[in-house]
Design a protein around this ligand. Sequence first.
Ligand SMILES: [Zn+2]
Length: 263
Amino acid sequence: MKYETFYQRVAVWEGIREMPWNRPFKMSVYLYIVDGLLIDTGPSSLGRESIIFFDDNTIQQVALTHVHEDHSGMAAWLQEKAKVPVYLHAASIAEAAVEPEFVSYRLKIWGRRPAFKARSVPEQIVTDKYRFEVIDTPGHCRYHKAFLEPDQGWLFSGDLLVNIKPRSVFCEENMSEMIGSLEKICALGFEVVFCSHTGILKNGKEICQRKLNYLIDLREKVQELRNKGLEDREIDQRLFPEEDIVSTLTKGDFSSYFIVNTI
Ligand SMILES: [Zn+2]
């Protein structure tokens, strides 16, 4: 765990989870507090560390990019202890109100995600100093938001970017929607991206463009093979022939097939 400030304006916290697999694999979680606004809460499995960060900073409101447990696992705690509003995509509020039952690998990595009462995120989130535009960015999951501070050129991107050249994605991801969201985002004015898993990217715009180019290129390849009469399963094997370790470890929750099938 470490935390620092970005030009003294954004408090940044990083927590690291070791995957419960017999191989070196770690994943970072980044949390950001800007002028009293906490963006995503991190998972409950990192709660003992993140609580120190929450206690050291003023939090007046919480905005979630999406409901996945590595982003919302501490929402119930924050609601209870800090008595602050938690904003979420309106279509995910019912899901947030019930604690889900996770398969064991998710529970081991991210921990429980206790139920919480979210409020519908407004079109703009205003703090004393800043104004965030709330942007629909489906793709990683159906209901995903990004937060843009146009005057500062900051984009809080949740899980929109994370992996620039994905070769295996989660079963809820949709690459056609991802392309649409990246096209939308690339047209906006920003430079710095605050990613939930890879941290602060000062060349964020360029990274968005690179991911978009990768997916457009992939879509062309898939379409060519479909035109030749290949099924998506065959296309998957041809474009991603290597062993999909993450797919094996997650019992198929992640797969390259979900890229091909949704692009
Ligand atoms: Zn996610």
